[in-house]
Write a protein that binds this ligand. Structure first.
Ligand code: ADP
Length: 474
C-alpha cells in the first residue's frame, strides 16, 4: 500500500503515462502518414493505367476478348499492367470486356460510382474479397461530347501496401510495450535518484529526538530544492533547540529559586513545631516564614508578569509621566540603601520630558536599575542618573562606579535568572529577574534598553522611551 502511495511510484507512473501517450500519438502519426503515401502511390498507378485504357487510341480494342485485351494492354501500356485487373462497362454499368485475371473475382461497380462517373468524375474504392489482400480500384468514365459512354475500372491487389502496414503495426505492437517496460525501469531509477536526498533527510530527521536536538541534517547541495529544504529544517531545529534549552533551563532555575525558600520554610516550621514553646519565639518563626513566602510570591508574580509581557498581553495603563519627577520619587525611596553604603545618588536637574507610560511599570524599571546600581557598587561609590533626549526618544541612564559587567556576560544579562557571579546566593543577590523585567517593560512601552560597561569601571544602563507628543519642552 505504501509502495503505491510513494512519490517515487507516482512520479514513475506519470512519467510512463505521459511517454506512452506521446509514443501512441507518434506511432499513429507515422502509420497514417505512411499509409496515406502508399495509397497515393497505388492510386497514381491506377489512374495512369485507367487513363491509358480510356485513351481514344484503344477505342477499337476495348471490346476484345480477355486474352486479346491482355495482350493489347501489355503492348500499349507495358508489363506494369500484368498484375492489374481491367474491366470495361457500358454507360448502364454492364460489363462487356475484362482482363483474364478477372475470372474468379469481380470489380464491383455500384450505383453511386456510376452516378459520379456520369458527371465525369473518377472514384476510388477498396474492396475486400476472397483473396488474402483487398483490392483497390479506380472507376473512370470515358466521355464523348460531355456524355459518359463507357466506364473503365482498373484494380490491383494491395499486397505490397498491406504487407508494409501490417509489418509497421507489428513493429509498433512489439516495440511500444518493450520501450514502456524499459522506460518504467529508467523512470523508477531516475525518480529514486532524485528522491534519494529526501530519503536521507527522512532517515536523519527520524534520528533527531529531544535527547539529541543538536544533530543537524547534512546538506549536500545547498542551492537545490532539497538543500534549501534541509537548510530550513536545520533552522527550525535551531529554534526548537533554543526553545527547548530555554524551557529546560527555565524549569531548572525556577525549581532552584523556589527550593531554597521552601527548605527554609520547612526547617523553620519543623523547629517551631518541635521546640517553639513560647508565643514570641513562634511569632519570630512566623515572621521569618512570611518573608520567605513573600519572596516566593514575588518571584511567581514577576514570572507571571514576564510571561504576559512575552506574549504581548501585559496590560498597561498609560498616562503622561514626567520623567524627572518620577526619578526623584524613586531616588527618595532608594536613598536609605545608598546612605547605608555611603553611595552618592546623583540626579542633576534636567529639562522636563514627558512619556506616555504606566507609572507603576516605569517605577519598576528605574527602581530595579537604581537598586542594582546601589547593590553592586561598593561602599563610597557613586550612582548617577541622567535624563536626556534625542529625536523622538527620551533617554534615562543609570551609571555606577561598580565592578561593571564582563563582555562575555553582556549578551545574557537580560535573560531570566542570569547572574554574572554564579556563586552569589539569593541573600546577597536578587532573584535574577530584575533586568528581564526592565527589558520586558521597556519594550512593552515601545522602547528598549541598552547597556554599556567597562569592566572595572562601572556600567551604564540606558532606557529609551518614545517621547509623548504633548509634553516635550526642551
Ligand atoms: P539580580 O536580582 O541578581 O540583581 P538582575 O536581573 O537585576 O538580577 O541582574 C542580573 C545580573 O546582572 C546580576 O546578578 C548581576 O550579576 C548583574 N548586574 C546587574 N546590574 C549590575 C550592575 N549595576 N553592576 C554590575 N552587575 C550588575
Amino acid at each position: 500500500m505504501f509502495f503505491f502511495r510513494s512519490i517515487r511510484f507516482r512520479l514513475t507512473l506519470w512519467y510512463l503515462v505521459t511517454l506512452a501517450l506521446i509514443l501512441l500519438l507518434f506511432s499513429t502519426f507515422i502509420y497514417l502518414t505512411i499509409s496515406k503515401r502508399l495509397y497515393a502511390e497505388v492510386d497514381r498507378e491506377l489512374l495512369a493505367i485507367a487513363e491509358a485504357v480510356a485513351s481514344p487510341t484503344l477505342e477499337p480494342f476495348r471490346r476484345s476478348a480477355p486474352t486479346v485485351l491482355d495482350q493489347i494492354l501489355e503492348d500499349f501500356i507495358g508489363p506494369s499492367v500484368a498484375d492489374k485487373f481491367v474491366q470495361i462497362a457500358d454507360a448502364s454499368g454492364k460489363v462487356f470486356s475484362s482482363s483474364t485475371n478477372l475470372q474468379n473475382i469481380s470489380l464491383p461497380l455500384d450505383k453511386t460510382s456510376l452516378i459520379i462517373s456520369g458527371i465525369g468524375n473518377s472514384t476510388y474504392h477498396t474492396h475486400s474479397n476472397s483473396l488474402r489482400y483487398p483490392i483497390r480500384s479506380i472507376t473512370m468514365p470515358i466521355m464523348e461530347n460531355g456524355r459518359m459512354v463507357q466506364v473503365v475500372q482498373v484494380g490491383m491487389l494491395l499486397d505490397y501496401t498491406s504487407d508494409i502496414l501490417e509489418k509497421l503495426l507489428v513493429i509498433f505492437a512489439v516495440s511500444i510495450p518493450l520501450a514502456l517496460i524499459m522506460l518504467w525501469y529508467a523512470g523508477w531509477f531516475l525518480a529514486g535518484r532524485a528522491l534519494k536526498p529526501v530519503e536521507l533527510i527522512t532517515t536523519s530527521a527520524r534520528k533527531i529526538s529531544a535527547e539529541n536536538l543538536g544533530h543537524r541534517l547534512e546538506i549536500i547541495n545547498p542551492s537545490d530544492e532539497i538543500g534549501r529544504l534541509a537548510k530550513t529544517f536545520n533552522l527550525t531545529l535551531d529554534r526548537l533547540e533554543n526553545a527547548f534549552n530555554r524551557t529546560r533551563q527555565f524549569s531548572m532555575d525556577v525549581s532552584h529559586e523556589l527550593r531554597t525558600p521552601l527548605t527554609i520554610l520547612r526547617g523553620e516550621t519543623e523547629v517551631g513545631l518541635r521546640w517553639g514553646g513560647d508565643a514570641d519565639e513562634l511569632k519570630k518563626i512566623l515572621r521569618s516564614n512570611m518573608e520567605e513566602i513573600n519572596r516566593m510570591s514575588d518571584i511567581i508574580g514577576d514570572l507571571l508578569e514576564l510571561s504576559r509581557a512575552e506574549e504581548g498581553k501585559l496590560v498597561l495603563d498609560p498616562v503622561p509621566v514626567e520623567l524627572h519627577e518620577l526619578l526623584q520619587d524613586i531616588c527618595t525611596k532608594a536613598a536609605p540603601d545608598a546612605r547605608e553604603k555611603r553611595i552618592i545618588l546623583d540626579l542633576p536637574n534636567a529639562a522636563s520630558l514627558h512619556v506616555a507610560g504606566d507609572p507603576a511599570r516605569l517605577q519598576q524599571i528605574f527602581l530595579n536599575l537604581i537598586d542594582n546600581a546601589i547593590k553592586y557598587t561598593p561602599c563610597d561609590g557613586k550612582v548617577s542618573l541622567a535624563v536626556d533626549s534625542e529625536p523622538g526618544w527620551a533617554k534615562v541612564s543609570v551609571t555606577d562606579t561598580g565592578p561593571g559587567i564582563p563582555e562575555a556576560d553582556l549578551p545574557h544579562i537580560f535573560e531570566q535568572f542570569y547572574r554574572v557571579d554564579k556563586a552569589r546566593n539569593r541573600n546577597d543577590g536578587g532573584s535574577g529577574l530584575g533586568l528581564s523585567m526592565v527589558r520586558a517593560f521597556s519594550e512593552a512601552h515601545g522602547g528598549r534598553v541598552e547597556i554599556f560597561s567597562l569592566p572595572g569601571s562601572g556600567c551604564t544602563f540606558t532606557v529609551f522611551l518614545p517621547l509623548s507628543h504633548s509634553g516635550t519642552n526642551l
